[in-house]
Ligand binder design. Structure first.
Ligand code: FE2
Ligand code: FE2
Length: 399
C-alpha cells in the first residue's frame, strides 16, 4: 500500500490525505492538514445552521460552548458576559462536571485571567495556571470545586469592545499532545466570534421588543386621555379578548393581531377628534363615536407591524345581527378577531354603566351583570362561540 500520510500521534499510516485517524480521532494527518481542522469546519457549519434556526440564545451559546469543549478536547468550558458597567463578569453558560456550581459566581474585571482578557480584549493561552500570577483559585475554583490546570480564554468582541469572554479549561489528559496549542486558541476565537454576534443580535431583538411594548403602552395611555371609557379599558379589552382567542385555539400571527387590535381598538378617538377640529372647529361626540373605528384602521394601516390589525379595528363595533357600525356587517362577514373584540367592547360598556350607576358595586356583581348581558344577546348581537368561550372559561377564571 502506498502511504501518503501518517497520524502524528499514533503513527497510523494512511493511503489518502485528510482521513480521520481510526485510532486517536483528532490527531494530525497529511501534509499540513489536520483531521481536527476537518471536524472544526464541520462543527462550525453545524453551528452556522443552528445560528439561523435557533432563536433561543441560551441554547445557541450552550451549543457553541459544547463545541469548544469538544474541538479543543477540554474538561470544561464557559461563556461569561460583562455587566452593563463593565465591572463584573458573570457566567452565561458553563459546561463540564462542575457547571452548576459556577452559575451564580461574579468575577470582578480587575481580577483573574478572565478579568484580564475582558479588560485588555486580548486572548490568553496558559499551560500552567499555577505559574501565572493573574490566576486566582479563589474566584471560581474554590467555590465550584473544579481544579484548573490550563486555560485558553478569548475575548468576545463587538465593535472593538469586549462584551465578555469565552474559555476552555484543562486539556483532557488523554488528548494527543496533552496541552493546549495555537490551533485550539484559533478555534476558540472563531467560536467566540459566533457567540458575540449571537449575543448582540439577541440584545438588539430584545431592545426592539421592549421598544415596541413601550410604544404600545404609550399609545394605550394616549387613547385613555381622550376615550369616553373608564381607566384601564384598553388593557381589559386586550386581556379578555386574548383569553377568549386562546380558548378558541387561535394561535400565531392571528393571535398577535388580535392582541394588537384589541389593545389599540379605540385609537381612532385620537384621530377623529383631530379631524373634526380641523374641519369644523367643533367636536360632535356622536360623530366621533361613529367614525373612530375607520379612523383608527387608517391610523395603523401604514405601520407594517400593525397593518393586519386594521380590519379588526375597523370592525370592532360591528354586531352579529348586522346592527353595528360602520358597515353593518353580519355574522361571518365580520372577521373573527373583530367579533371577539366587539363582544368584549360591549360587555365592558356594561361594566362602565354599572359603575356609573353605583360606584360601590362589587366586582362579582359587575361580572354577574356582564354575564347576564352576554347570555341575553347570544346569537343576536354576538357570535355564539365567542360568548360560549367567555361564559365557560374566561369569566369564571376572572372572578
Ligand atoms: Fe370602540
Ligand atoms: Fe373600546
Amino acid at each position: 500500500m502506498a502511504i501518503l500520510a501518517k497520524c502524528s500521534a499514533c503513527e497510523e499510516p494512511f493511503e489518502r490525505l485528510f482521513k480521520f485517524c481510526p485510532n486517536c480521532g483528532l490527531s494530525v494527518v497529511g501534509a499540513g492538514f489536520t483531521d481536527k481542522a476537518g471536524v472544526a469546519v464541520r462543527d462550525l457549519f453545524d453551528i452556522a445552521k443552528t445560528f439561523s434556526a435557533v432563536l433561543d440564545l441560551e441554547v445557541l451559546l450552550q451549543k457553541i460552548s459544547a463545541t469548544a469543549e469538544k474541538l479543543t478536547q477540554s474538561e470544561a468550558s464557559s461563556v461569561m458576559l460583562l455587566d452593563t458597567n463593565k465591572e463584573y463578569l458573570y457566567f452565561k453558560t458553563a459546561g463540564g462536571d462542575k457547571a452548576h456550581a459556577v452559575q451564580t459566581i461574579k468575577i470582578p474585571v480587575q481580577h483573574g485571567i478572565a478579568g484580564w482578557v475582558a479588560k485588555n480584549a486580548q486572548p490568553l493561552l496558559i499551560e500552567d495556571v499555577a505559574k501565572d500570577p493573574r490566576f486566582s483559585a479563589a474566584l471560581a475554583d474554590d467555590k465550584s470545586g473544579f481544579k484548573t490546570r490550563s486555560i485558553i480564554c478569548v475575548p468576545m468582541i463587538f465593535q472593538d469592545e469586549a462584551i465578555g469572554v469565552m474559555e476552555v479549561l484543562n486539556k483532557r489528559r488523554n488528548a494527543p499532545g496533552g496541552k493546549f496549542m495555537q490551533d485550539d486558541l484559533d478555534i476558540l476565537q472563531s467560536l467566540a466570534g459566533f457567540a458575540a454576534v449571537s449575543i448582540v443580535n439577541s440584545r438588539l431583538t430584545q431592545d426592539q421588543k421592549n421598544f415596541f411594548a413601550n410604544t404600545m403602552e404609550i399609545l394605550g395611555a394616549a387613547i385613555e386621555t381622550i376615550s369616553k371609557n373608564s381607566p384601564g379599558h384598553g388593557w381589559r379589552v386586550a386581556q379578555t379578548s386574548c383569553t377568549i382567542a386562546r380558548r378558541l385555539k387561535i394561535t400565531g400571527l392571528q393571535y398577535k393581531t388580535i392582541y394588537y387590535a384589541s389593545l389599540l381598538h379605540d385609537i381612532g378617538y385620537i384621530g377623529a377628534h383631530k379631524q373634526m377640529i380641523q374641519k369644523s372647529g367643533a367636536i360632535s361626540m356622536e360623530k366621533v363615536e361613529l367614525t373612530h373605528p375607520s379612523v383608527g384602521a387608517d391610523m395603523v394601516s401604514t405601520i407594517r407591524l400593525l397593518s393586519a390589525a386594521g380590519p379588526l379595528i375597523e370592525a370592532h363595533h360591528e354586531l352579529w345581527n348586522g346592527s353595528g357600525f360602520p358597515q353593518g356587517l353580519k355574522q361571518e362577514s365580520i372577521p373573527l378577531g373583530a367579533r371577539i373584540i366587539s363582544f368584549v367592547e360591549q360587555i365592558e360598556n356594561v361594566r362602565d354603566k354599572a359603575k356609573q350607576a353605583n360606584p360601590k358595586i362589587t366586582e362579582p356583581e359587575i361580572r354577574a351583570k356582564m354575564e347576564q348581558y352576554a347570555s341575553e344577546n347570544i346569537d343576536i348581537l354576538f357570535d355564539p362561540q365567542v360568548v360560549a368561550a367567555y361564559l365557560v372559561e374566561v369569566s369564571p377564571s376572572l372572578t
